[in-house]
Design a protein. Structure first.
Lengths: 292, 784
C-alpha cells in the first residue's frame, strides 16, 4: 500500500556557499525561509515546486550587523526581530514589520522572503524605497547589489535570476523621523489596501517616499519627494503643503480596482496618508506644529 | 443502551468517555419511549424543585471538551485517521453555468495509486439531495449551475495524489449564460419561494413622516475554522459508517441513504469533532461523496476540504436587496410598513424556503404596526447556493428595519430609543403575522401588576441603557485603540465618535408547522459504588457548550455529580439540528424529560438492583404555516430579543472604523450557564460586527472572488471590543427552565447598531453592508 508520491526534493544547505552550489545545480529549487508566502501558494495549489532549498540553517542570512551609516539585514531576519531589535535605527521598517500578519507570521516571515515574492502589497517594500535601501544578491557566479528602486520589475517579478539568492538588505540608518501607514479593512492582520512610507533625512534635507499596493510594483514618488519644504523656516509648514504632498503621492500611484478596494479609494487614501505622514515627520523633527 | 464505541476514533472523545464496565448484569429497567406534553409552568419558574447543585443548571462548570480544545488534543473531524485509509477529493466546476459535454476519467484512473474516479453515473441511488427539497445533484448531471458545483470525485492513496488525479480528469464544458441578478430572477418567476404578508391597508393611511430607502446586504460566510471533513468506513457487509462534522446527523442520514441506495439501518453515523458550524454544516458536503468512494473501493475514505474549497463547499448567508417604506403618525407611532425583500438563494434550494419565511414574518421586527405589505422572494440564480447561517433570514431584514427606525426617529425628532419604546411590542401584542406575543407577564409570575398597561420586555430592555454610560474618549490612546489599528493610519487625525442602537427579534426553534423534536436517553447506573448518569443524544456540540449543558441538566435533575456523555450518533433518536438557537430548548428539554422519567422509575428502587434507563422525546408546541396570500399564522415557537448599543470611532477621512464598545441587553429567559451564554453573546455580536464592516463573499457574475482568509476578513481581537452585558431573565412559561434560545439574537442586532453608530459619526445614509472604506469616503470628492 505504498503510495506513489509526486517526488519533491528538499535541500538543506548548512552555509551560503553550499546553498549557492545547490541552487546552481538545481535551478528549479525554490528557496524557502519562513514559508509564509510559499506554503500558502502550495496549499492553494498555485505552485507545486519540484524542489525546495531550505535557508533556515544558514546563520549568515539570519543575522544583522551595524555597518556605520547603514544596517545590513540578512535576508533571513524575521519581522519579529526587526520590530524588536531595529525600531530605533530603522523606525519606518520596524513600523512596517509590525503590520505584517499575526505574531506567528512575524516570527517566521523574513524580509528576504518579502522581497523574493515581490508582491506589490509586500509590507517591507515601501520603507526600503523611502530610505533608498540596497539589495544584495549572490549566486555561484558572485555577488551583486541592486538599488531597491530597480529591484521590482512587475507584479511578483523582480530582477532576481534563476540561481540567485537574496542575501541581505542594506538599509541606511534613519537620519530623521520616519512614518509607515498601512490602510486595511481590518484593524490588524490584513493585506494592505494601500500603504505608504515616508522618511525625512534631516542631514541631506531630503524626503523619501515608498508606495505599496497601489500599482503593479511598489512605487516611489519622485515628484512628491521634490516638494519644497520650508527647511529654513520650519514653522512655515502648513496644511496646504501637506495636502500638496498628498496630491503628488496620489498622482504617483497606479492603482487598480480589486476585491480589496477601488483604485479611486486607493488614490484618495494615499493622499490622506501622505499628508498625515508628512505632518507627523515634520512635527517630530521641528517640534509642535506651527502655522496650522 | 448504546454500545460504547471502543476503538473508533471520533471527535467526542473528550466529552464522551466510554461507560465503565457495568457493575452487574442486572436487568435494566427501561421506560417506554413516549412524548410528554410540553411542560407548562408558572412564568419565571425553574422546572425542578431541586436545590442548587454544583455543576448544575445555572452554573458554569468546566466544559468536558475545554482542556482538549485548549491543549490541542481534541480530535476534530479533520484529525480522523483509519488504517488503510484513502483520501477523497472533489473536482468542481470552474464555471457558474455550463453544459457538461463530456467527462473523461481515464487518465486519472490510470495514475498509480488512484483507487476510484466517480461521476454522476456512479451514484448508486437517488441522484439528488436537499434539506427541504431534493434538488441538488450529488454530482453534476448534464449541467453545472454554480461555480464550485461537484462534478467528479476521486479516491487515492494520498490527498495530494487525489488532487492531482482530479486535475487529470478532463471535463468539456459548454459555457452558458449566467443568471446572476436576483432581481431578474424574481421578474422571470425563477424563485424558490414567494411569501407575502398583508395586514390592514397601508395605502389608506395619512402619515406625518415617511422614509423610503433601499438596502443591500452582502453575502456573508459562516467561515467555520474547521473545514468540512469526515471519514466513511465500509462495514464489509455492504453498509457504511460515517464520522463527520455535521449539525444534524439524522437529517444527513435521511438524505444520504436514498443516494447510496441503502436502508438507513445499514448506515451508522456519528458526529466527529466540530470546528464551528454557524449553519454551514446543515447541508451535506462530504457525506455522500466519501461514502460512495468507500463503498466503491471497500476502504475507509477521508475527505477534508482546504480553505478555498470550504468557501465554495458550503452554503452562505443570503445576500439581500430590500426596499422599505416606513411611515409614522405625529405621535411617533408606526402607521405602516411596506417592504420588498429579495433574497438570493443561488443555484439550489437548500433552506431558502424557510429563510424567506423568517424574512417575511420578522420583516418589521418587534414593533406594533397595523398596516403592512411585505413581499419576500428567494431567487434562484447561478450564484453560490445560500442557506442557513446564524440569524437565518432575520439578519437581513433587521439591518433594514432598524435603519428605517433610526431614519424615521430622526425625521420625527425623537431619540432612537424613545421612538422604539413607543412602538415596542408588549405582552399580548400581535406580530404582523397575527401571532400573539406571549412574552412574559410579571403578574403571572407573581410580580407586580400594572393594570391597563401590558408588560413590554422590549421597552424594559431599552430603558436599561440609561444606567450604562457611553464610554468616554480617552485622553491618549495607543494606535491599536484607534481606527486602522496597527496600520498606524491615525494618531487621532480625522477620528469622530458615533453611537447607535439596534434591536433584533429572532424566532427560536423551527417554524411554520415543522414537527420538530429531540430525543434523549438517560441511564442511571452504579459504577464502582458511584452513581453515574449516562446521557445519550444525537445533538451536535458545535462549540456552543451543549455537552456541558446536558451534564448540568442531568446533575440538577438527578442529583448526581458524575455525568458521562455518550457519543452523538444515530444509535439514539434524532435530536434535531444544532440550529435556530433551539438545542438548549429542545435537547435540553429532552434530557430534562428523560431525567424526570428516570427519577420516577428510581422511586423506591435501589440502583444496586440494576441500572435505570429512560428515553424521552421532547416536542415544542405546534406552529402553523404562514398563509400563502396573507402571511398570517402563528408560525413561530418562541421569540427572543436582543438590543445592542455600539460606540464607534471612525476615521472619517480614510473610512476606517474601530468599534470601541458594544453594550448588549438580551433576554434569555433563564441563564443556564453564565460563561457559555456570555460566549454566545460575544460570538454572535462579533459575527454581526463582521457583517457590518468587513465580511463579504464577493461574486462577479457568479464567480467567487475571495475564497480565502486573505481576502474574506473576519474580525480579530483588535476589531472586536470588550462587551458589557445585561442579561434579562423573562422566563418563557412553555420552555424548559423558562429559557430562550440565545445564540442567534445578538447576531441580528449588533450589525444595525454598529452601522447606526457609523452613521452617527459620519452623517452618511449607509444603506449597504458591509460598510466599506470607500462608502465612507466617496463623498469627499478628493479623488484626483
Amino acid at each position: 500500500m505504498t503510495a506513489p508520491q509526486a517526488t519533491a526534493s528538499f535541500y538543506r544547505p548548512a552555509d551560503l556557499g553550499e546553498a549557492l552550489r545547490d541552487l546552481a545545480a538545481h535551478p528549479e529549487a525554490v528557496p524557502v525561509a519562513g514559508g509564509t508566502d510559499l506554503m500558502v501558494a502550495v496549499n492553494y495549489r498555485h505552485t507545486r515546486p519540484a524542489a525546495m532549498l531550505d535557508l533556515t540553517r544558514i546563520a549568515e542570512l539570519r543575522a544583522w550587523s551595524d555597518e556605520g551609516a547603514a544596517i545590513r539585514i540578512g535576508s533571513g531576519v524575521t519581522y519579529a526581530r526587526i520590530c524588536a531589535e531595529l525600531a530605533t535605527v530603522l523606525p519606518g521598517l520596524a513600523a512596517a514589520a509590525r503590520t505584517v500578519g499575526s505574531p506567528q507570521i512575524r516570527n517566521r516571515g523574513t524580509l528576504g522572503g518579502n522581497l523574493a515574492t515581490a508582491s506589490p502589497a509586500g509590507d517591507g517594500h515601501p520603507p526600503l524605497l523611502a530610505t533608498g535601501a540596497t539589495i544584495e544578491i549572490a549566486s555561484a557566479a558572485g555577488r551583486r547589489t541592486v538599488p531597491i528602486a530597480d529591484f521590482f520589475t512587475g507584479p511578483k517579478r523582480s530582477v532576481l535570476e534563476p540561481g540567485e539568492l537574496i542575501t541581505a538588505v542594506i538599509v541606511p540608518k534613519a537620519l530623521g523621523p520616519q512614518q509607515f501607514l498601512k490602510v486595511g479593512t481590518r484593524n490588524a492582520m490584513v493585506i494592505a489596501v494601500c500603504s505608504l512610507a515616508v522618511a525625512l533625512d534631516l542631514d541631506a534635507r531630503r524626503l523619501g517616499t515608498g508606495i505599496g499596493s497601489a500599482g503593479p510594483t511598489p512605487l516611489t514618488a519622485p515628484d512628491a519627494d521634490r516638494i519644497e519644504l520650508p527647511w529654513a523656516r520650519p514653522d512655515l509648514f502648513n496644511d496646504a503643503l501637506a495636502e500638496e504632498f498628498g496630491r503628488r503621492v496620489a498622482a504617483a500611484a497606479r492603482p487598480i480596482d480589486d476585491v480589496r478596494g477601488t483604485a479611486a479609494y486607493r488614490r484618495h487614501a494615499l493622499a490622506v496618508c501622505a499628508a498625515r505622514a508628512l505632518r507627523r515627520v515634520w512635527t517630530a523633527a521641528h517640534g509642535t506644529e506651527a502655522g496650522r | 443502551m448504546p454500545e460504547p464505541v471502543a476503538g473508533e476514533p471520533n471527535g467526542t472523545t473528550a466529552a464522551a468517555p466510554e461507560p465503565t464496565a457495568r457493575t452487574k448484569t442486572a436487568p435494566t429497567k427501561t421506560a417506554p419511549t413516549k412524548t410528554p406534553t410540553p411542560p407548562t409552568r408558572a412564568a419565571g419558574g425553574v422546572g425542578t424543585p431541586l436545590q442548587e447543585r454544583s455543576g448544575g443548571v445555572g452554573s458554569s462548570p468546566t466544559r468536558p471538551d475545554a482542556a482538549a480544545k485548549a491543549n490541542g488534543a481534541f480530535d476534530y473531524a479533520s484529525d480522523l485517521e483509519f488504517p488503510g485509509m484513502l483520501w477523497g477529493h472533489t473536482l468542481r466546476s470552474p464555471h457558474p453555468r455550463a453544459r457538461l459535454v463530456s467527462i473523461d476519467t481515464a487518465a486519472a484512473l490510470a495514475m498509480p495509486g488512484v483507487a476510484a474516479v466517480l461521476t454522476a453515473a456512479d451514484v448508486p441511488g437517488k441522484r439528488y439531495y436537499g434539506l427541504i427539497e431534493a434538488d441538488q445533484p450529488v454530482l453534476a448531471i448534464d449541467e453545472v449551475n454554480y461555480q464550485g458545483e461537484p462534478v467528479a470525485i476521486v479516491a487515492a492513496e494520498t490527498l495530494d495524489l487525489a488532487r492531482r488525479a482530479a486535475e487529470a480528469v478532463t471535463v468539456e464544458y459548454e459555457e452558458l449564460e449566467t443568471h446572476w441578478d436576483p432581481e431578474e430572477a424574481v421578474e422571470a418567476g425563477n424563485v424558490f419561494r414567494y411569501q407575502p404578508v398583508r395586514l390592514g391597508d397601508p395605502d389608506a393611511q395619512v402619515p406625518a413622516a415617511v422614509v423610503a430607502r433601499e438596502y443591500v446586504v452582502g453575502m456573508q460566510d459562516q467561515a467555520p475554522l474547521g473545514p468540512e471533513s469526515g471519514v466513511a468506513v465500509p462495514s464489509g457487509d455492504g453498509g457504511v459508517s460515517l464520522y463527520v462534522a455535521t449539525q444534524w446527523v439524522h437529517s444527513d442520514l435521511e438524505q444520504i441513504a436514498p443516494c447510496l441506495s441503502l436502508e438507513p439501518d445499514r448506515i451508522h453515523m456519528a458526529i466527529a469533532g466540530i470546528g464551528g458550524a454557524f449553519g454551514a454544516r446543515e447541508d451535506l458536503s462530504v457525506q455522500v461523496h466519501m461514502a460512495m468512494l468507500a463503498l466503491a473501493t471497500a476502504r475507509p475514505v477521508k475527505m477534508m476540504y482546504d480553505r478555498a474549497e470550504s468557501f465554495v463547499g458550503h452554503v452562505h448567508r443570503h445576500p439581500a436587496r430590500m426596499r422599505y417604506e416606513h411611515a409614522a403618525d405625529a405621535d411617533g407611532k408606526l402607521l405602516y410598513v411596506k417592504a420588498r425583500i429579495v433574497l438570493d438563494g443561488g443555484a439550489y434550494a437548500s433552506t431558502t424556503e424557510a429563510v424567506v419565511g423568517n424574512a417575511a414574518s420578522l420583516a418589521v421586527g418587534p414593533y406594533e404596526v397595523e398596516h403592512v405589505s411585505v413581499d419576500a422572494w428567494g431567487a434562484r440564480t447561478n450564484n453560490p447556493p445560500c442557506g442557513a447561517m446564524r440569524g437565518f433570514g432575520g439578519v437581513q431584514t433587521c439591518f433594514a428595519y432598524e435603519s428605517q427606525m433610526d431614519a424615521l426617529a430622526e425625521m420625527l425628532g425623537l431619540h432612537p430609543l424613545e421612538f422604539r419604546r413607543r412602538n415596542a411590542v408588549a405582552q399580548g401584542s400581535k406580530l404582523i403575522t397575527g401571532q400573539i406575543v406571549d412574552a412574559y407577564d410579571p403578574e403571572r409570575a407573581g410580580g407586580p401588576s400594572n393594570p391597563g398597561r401590558p408588560f413590554s420586555p422590549l421597552a424594559d430592555m431599552l430603558g436599561r441603557f440609561k444606567d450604562i454610560p457611553v464610554p468616554a474618549v480617552p485622553a491618549a490612546r495607543d494606535i491599536v485603540e484607534l481606527p486602522g489599528g496597527t496600520g498606524n493610519t491615525t494618531h487621532g487625525e480625522g477620528v469622530r465618535r458615533g453611537v447607535g442602537y439596534g434591536v433584533g427579534l429572532k424566532n427560536v426553534c423551527y417554524s411554520e408547522g415543522f414537527d420538530d423534536y429531540s430525543t434523549a436517553r438517560v441511564r442511571l447506573e452504579l459504577v464502582d459504588g458511584e452513581t453515574v448518569a449516562f446521557v445519550h443524544t444525537a445533538a451536535a456540540e458545535v462549540g456552543q457548550g451543549h455537552w456541558s449543558l446536558q451534564a448540568q441538566i442531568a446533575r440538577t435533575e438527578l442529583g448526581v455529580d458524575r455525568v458521562e456523555l455518550l457519543p452523538n450518533d444515530t444509535k439514539v433518536g434524532s435530536a434535531g439540528s444544532s440550529s435556530a438557537s433551539r438545542q438548549s430548548y429542545m435537547t435540553g428539554g429532552a434530557v430534562k424529560a428523560a431525567c424526570e422519567a428516570v427519577r420516577e422509575l428510581w422511586q423506591g428502587r435501589d440502583l444496586a438492583d440494576g441500572p435505570i434507563e429512560a428515553t424521552q422525546v421532547f416536542r415544542h408546541r405546534v406552529t402553523k404555516p404562514m398563509d400563502p396570500v396573507t402571511g398570517q399564522g402563528e408560525s413561530h415557537v418562541q421569540l427572543a430579543l436582543c438590543v445592542h448599543r455600539a460606540t464607534v470611532d471612525v476615521d472619517v477621512e480614510l473610512g476606517l472604523v474601530k468599534v470601541v464598545d458594544l453594550t448588549c441587553v438580551q433576554d434569555v429567559g433563564k441563564i443556564m450557564n453564565p460563561v457559555a451564554l456570555e460566549g454566545q453573546i460575544h460570538g454572535g455580536s462579533a459575527q454581526g460586527l463582521g457583517l457590518a464592516v468587513m465580511e463579504e463573499m464577493i461574486t462577479e457574475q457568479g464567480r467567487v472572488r475571495n475564497a480565502s482568509f486573505t481576502d474574506y476578513l473576519i474580525p480579530t481581537i483588535l476589531d472586536m471590543p470588550p462587551m458589557r452585558l445585561r442579561i434579562v431573565e423573562n422566563a418563557d412559561p412553555e420552555a424548559p427552565y423558562g429559557l430562550r434560545g440565545a445564540g442567534e439574537p445578538p447576531t441580528l442586532s449588533s450589525t444595525p447598531a454598529i452601522v447606526a453608530a457609523i452613521r452617527d459619526a459620519t452623517g452618511l445614509a449607509l444603506t449597504h453592508i458591509p460598510v466599506r472604506p470607500e462608502h465612507l469616503t466617496a463623498h469627499l470628492g478628493r479623488q484626483p
